[in-house]
Design a protein around this ligand. Structure first.
Ligand SMILES: O=c1ccn([C@@H]2O[C@H](COP(=O)(O)OP(=O)(O)O[C@H]3O[C@H](CO)[C@@H](O)[C@H](O)[C@H]3O)[C@@H](O)[C@H]2O)c(=O)[nH]1
Length: 435
């Protein structure tokens, strides 16, 4: 979805100069386009690798392996289809950075490769230092990993080995995702540009390090750029926004663990108990299949002060003044959205960049807390809620959020860093036509 947001911005800014062909699996195209059509953007489905005509019932990771096995042939096929339909040659590849093979495709076609990294800058920085991290790890014992910091990486002095994305750890190096990321790390320095969804002013040291590693490194702040009235789509969205309107200022706990992570049943039960016994007003975005894990009768007993939805219009929710805290998995988009709406975070990280992001939220930007021990317990949740809701600590967090939000807003002003980077990317795309 963030890649489509970027493409929509580029398509709007380049009027009809450039045609964008968007290659993605059918399922994902259906979800992110949701029936909408955008000028100059045409979606093409690529095969997701699952056996044709059979319903796939495997895990997320099995699906990923099938997809990886189908690349790059599935993309090549769809790209040829787009070329023959339009009668034009593809002049630039703008891809998710994970698709490392785009580097070879771009070389073959003699066109630029622009790689888009959708997760946090700190995670990209850590991945780029995988070899260095491995050699450091060999020199320390497993027990030391828990506490030892990554002080040898620029801007990461408060981050610990135990905060690293699982895919960087040597014991996971054979997983499909880890292999894909390691190949990406080797190819990215060859890309014409790396684009990241962020704003430079949030992480000077890490940014300087990343700039030194790539030919061009462009931060483009998408969350703010993507403000879009159509973001509230259906009646259920409207219902939860109307419910928020009736709540007291900064009283509601908004809970969402993003689109991938799943909390353990005992964690859900602990969180539910805290909300119920403390009568905290809450809006909880929870997949339908997780509802059965809630304590019996919870929905009825809490219906006077809480609401559960299977999908929330998150940006609109966070913008509502009644939301006082965002309990999040620390996915990068959620962190950026919380900053742009100035909502303090309680982070419960699960996977990928989430532990790193939670650490940055708590110790570097000081705009929230990471739940004690990284696991939802009754006491840990109560402590975190009181910390955020308390006048003194809550006020300091809100002030820090306000300063970061100003920086984010400045970045997208006419002369802001994000706007300049966006224009540079547009120029790159325009100049590559006919290559
Ligand atoms: O009810 C919901 C739940 C989520 N969202 C939106 O979904 C997105 C979620 O994105 P993110 O916070 O980044 O979480 P994930 O979807 O879980 O993101 C995956 O991808 C991110 C990079 O794009 C990584 O940072 C995460 O670790 C990884 O889990 C955000 O824009 C939310 O606003 C909603 O609109 N409504």
């Amino acid at each position: 979805a963030p890649l489509l947001t970027l493409v929509r911005q580029l398509a709007a800014a380049s009027s009809s100069d450039i045609i964008f062909s968007f290659f993605n699996t059918e399922k994902s195209n259906c979800a992110i386009f949701s029936g909408q059509e955008f000028d100059n953007i045409k979606a093409y489905d690529v095969w997701d690798g699952t056996p044709e005509g059979e319903a796939f019932s495997g895990s997320h990771f099995e699906a990923m392996q099938l997809f990886v096995d189908a690349t790059p042939g599935n993309f090549e096929k769809a790209m040829k289809e787009a070329e023959s339909e339009s009668g034009l040659k593809i002049s630039c590849l703008l891809t998710d950075a994970f698709l490392w093979f785009a580097c070879d495709m771009a070389e073959e076609r003699r066109v630029p490769w622009v790689a888009f990294w959708a997760a946090s800058p700190s995670s990209l920085s850590a991945h780029m230092c995988t070899d260095q991290i491995w050699s450091m790890m060999r020199s320390i014992g497993a027990a030391e990993r828990e506490e030892k910091t990554l002080s040898f990486l620029p801007g990461m002095s408060s981050v610990r080995f135990s905060d690293l994305p699982g895919e960087i750890l040597p014991e996971n190096s054979e997983s499909p995702l880890a292999i894909m990321i390691y190949k990406m790390v080797q190819k990215l320095p060859k890309s014409t540009a790396v684009v990241i969804n962020s704003f430079e002013e949030i992480y000077t040291l890490i940014k300087n390090d990343l700039k030194s590693k790539f030919q061009n490194f462009l931060d483009i702040q998408l969350s703010i750029l993507s403000e879009d009235p159509s973001i509230v789509s259906g009646d259920s969205d409207q219902e939860c926004l109307s419910w928020l309107e009736k709540q007291r200022h900064a009283s509601v706990v908004y809970i969402s663990f993003g689109t991938v992570a799943e909390a353990q049943p005992e964690e859900l039960a602990a969180l539910a108990e805290v909300l119920e016994t403390g009568e905290f007003p809450f809006l909880w975005s929870m997949r339908d299949n997780a509802k059965k894990l809630l304590p019996e009768g919870f929905l009825n007993r809490t219906s006077k002060f809480g609401m559960i939805v299977s999908w929330a219009p998150q940006l609109k929710v966070l913008e509502n003044p009644s939301v006082g805290v965002h309990m999040t998995h620390g996915g990068w988009n959620s962190v950026l959205e919380s900053i742009s709406c100035e909502v303090p975070m309680i982070c419960k990280p699960f996977l990928a960049d989430q532990r790193l992001n939670s650490r940055m939220v708590e110790l570097v930007w000081k705009i929230g807390v990471r739940i004690e021990g990284g696991v939802i317990t009754k006491n840990g949740t109560i402590e975190a809620l009181h910390y955020i809701m308390s006048n003194e600590t809550g006020k300091a967090i809100r002030e820090n959020l306000n300063k970061l939000k100003q920086k984010a807003e400045n970045a997208v002003k006419l002369d802001g860093s994000s706007t300049k980077n966006f224009k540079a990317l547009l120029e790159l795309l325009k100049s590559s036509r006919g290559v």
